[in-house]
Design a protein around this ligand. Structure first.
Ligand SMILES: N[C@@H](CCC(=O)N[C@@H](CS)C(=O)NCC(=O)O)C(=O)O
Length: 223
């Protein structure tokens, strides 16, 4: 039981995606249980598996982990992706949260009304070009890693965020050469290269299917 890592979430990126990324980079194999019905969700709640009645839930090391940030920090700490002291951890948290801000803006897009999507996209583009990407470009001009002298979870979250951005805005990194080099370096890391191979990452369903599933599993939130 304690050897197997099981992820409970929807078949979509959402809040679980960064956890999948970090486990993959740490070389940890995992299984997924996709929630498709309200009954499945209720059962997890009734079994006491969801501390705050929310997913993501990760079964790992004989524990039931919830709260995305806590789960990510646990994995990062366990697999040496969380710096060497509290000052490095602080910087790692700062850069990680910056990447989280980008991903959160993108994550809610499928749930935006169709007539507001373009406005949201324009807002995201301006925000990341003016704020987020220059901050990361500056950090990467000093060192190949965002923090310290080794790979950390902040690098992994930044790669995930920049790949998500490029799906929406294919040329967004064109004026950020350090970020382009960073992506290249990161993609050459064997565990990342493996995770990015077609067939290795799950293929998330189309947005409409994902949104419909979330709304039916969590129907109590949409009443
Ligand atoms: N702070 C939590 C939030 C988790 C969360 O909002 N999960 C949603 C699905 S993405 C959920 O399970 N909502 C059910 C509810 O709040 O009743 C985390 O970061 O893990």
């Amino acid at each position: 039981m304690s050897g197997k890592v099981v992820l409970h979430y929807f078949n979509g990126r959402g809040k679980m995606e960064s956890i999948r990324w970090l486990l993959a980079v740490a070389g940890v194999e995992f299984e997924e249980v996709y929630l498709t019905t309200e009954e499945q969700f209720r059962k997890l709640v009734d079994d006491g598996a969801l501390l705050f009645h929310q997913v993501p839930l990760v079964e790992m090391d004989g524990m039931k982990l919830v709260q995305t940030k806590a789960i990510l920090n646990y994995i990062a700490g366990k697999y040496n992706l969380y710096g060497k002291d509290i000052k490095e951890r602080l910087m790692i948290d700062m850069y990680s949260e910056g990447a989280r801000d980008i991903m959160d803006m993108i994550m809610i897009l499928p749930f935006s009304p169709a007539d507001q999507k373009q406005k949201q996209l324009d807002k995201i583009q301006v925000k990341v070009k003016e704020r987020s990407l220059p901050a990361y470009e500056k950090a990467l001009a000093q060192s190949q890693y965002l923090v310290g002298s080794q790979l950390s979870c902040a690098d992994v979250h930044l790669l995930e965020a920049t790949l998500m951005l490029e799906e929406l805005f294919p040329t967004i990194l064109s004026t950020f050469p350090k970020l382009q080099e960073f992506q290249k370096r990161m993609k050459a890391i064997p565990a990342i290269n493996k995770f990015l191979q077609p067939g290795s990452q799950r293929k998330p369903p189309p947005d409409e299917v994902y949104v419909k599933t979330v709304m039916s599993v969590l129907s109590h939130l949409f009443k």
